[in-house]
Design a protein around this ligand. Structure first.
Ligand SMILES: [Zn+2]
Length: 297
């Protein structure tokens, strides 16, 4: 077996230099209910690359390893993570062409004991996912944290069965029972194989961006907001500043136009909670617009 043959620098097709000849992988271990999820973070020692920042335990993959194997090995070596303490739920791949970083989502039944197990590790800690953005994060983690955070929320897929069956040539009018059975087996297969998080979040992010553009255009035509600010910058600021929960509630209420009742059923909370979450999220959006976009005096 080729052992540790992944150590080394490589240049990706975007022109960056990366550590890991066969790519790299990190473990995003998490535990707890959606509202109070905690994640396991590692602080790198001061003398290392990006020393002092918090990141995921991980590192270079070897030629014979899958991303999951590499992430679990690195997490064990660096932070003493027992491989059987987690169940792998998915992978988020940041592919640069010629090099990729794989974030392995791994759920733990409860936060387990972890400790600095290598000399490159200064500290290991469970951190509330909602507070992670306040830490001095490793730039690689910071750049993708919004998407990774969204991946920690359980994904709710709503199938409008009557519409799906009604729009199929072999559906409603031909064979109702058969069409319903085929739909159920299709959805079951999808649930078993998993859903491509990136496709889902990028669609949702696209719709949110459209909504933000609309808000901006309105604010600009009212003269509240400068017209020379790059909307791309605003998107980055907003995505970074809203929690995943806030993005979800704005998306459901203001972009998808679900009623409070429906949102409560989708998210699994009361109408009162929907109202207060939405109120806070909209307030946050307004603050951001005011803080970053106001016409300079
Ligand atoms: Zn790159």
């Amino acid at each position: 077996m080729a052992s540790r043959d992944g150590n080394g620098w490589v240049r990706c097709s975007l022109g960056h230099r990366h550590w890991g000849k066969f790519g790299a992988a990190g473990l995003l271990a998490y535990a707890g209910e959606p509202d109070e999820t905690q994640i396991l973070l590692q602080r790198r020692v001061a003398w290392s690359h990006y020393g002092g920042t918090w990141g995921l335990p991980g590192g270079a993959a070897d030629s014979h390893e899958t991303p999951v194997e590499a992430a679990l090995r690195e997490a064990a070596e660096e932070c003493g993570v027992p491989p059987d303490a987690v169940v792998v739920h998915g992978i988020y791949t940041d592919d640069h062409g010629g090099w990729a970083y794989h974030t392995v989502f791994a759920r733990a039944a409860a936060p387990f004991a972890a400790y600095p197990a290598s000399e490159e590790t200064d500290d290991v800690d469970w951190v509330p996912a909602d507070r992670a953005a306040e830490l001095d994060l490793h730039p690689g983690l910071a750049a993708h944290w919004a998407e990774l955070r969204a991946g920690l929320l359980p994904l709710t897929v709503i199938v409008d069965a009557a519409n799906v069956v009604g729009s199929r040539p072999d559906g409603w009018w031909r064979d109702r029972a058969g069409a319903a059975r085929r739909l159920v087996s299709g959805v079951t297969a999808l649930a078993g194989a998993g859903v491509d998080l990136r496709a889902v979040t990028s669609q949702a992010a696209g719709r949110l961006r459209g909504y933000l553009d609309e808000l901006l255009t309105r604010a600009q035509s009212a003269g509240v907001v400068r017209t020379d600010v790059d909307t791309h910058d605003l998107h980055a600021i907003v995505f970074g500043a809203l929690t995943a929960e806030q993005r979800q509630i704005v998306l459901l209420a203001d972009v998808e136009d679900f009623s409070y009742q429906e949102i409560g059923e989708i998210v699994g909370c009361s109408v009162g909670t929907v109202r207060s979450r939405l109120h806070r999220a909209r307030g946050q959006l307004r603050n951001l617009v005011n803080r970053y976009m106001k016409t300079s005096p």
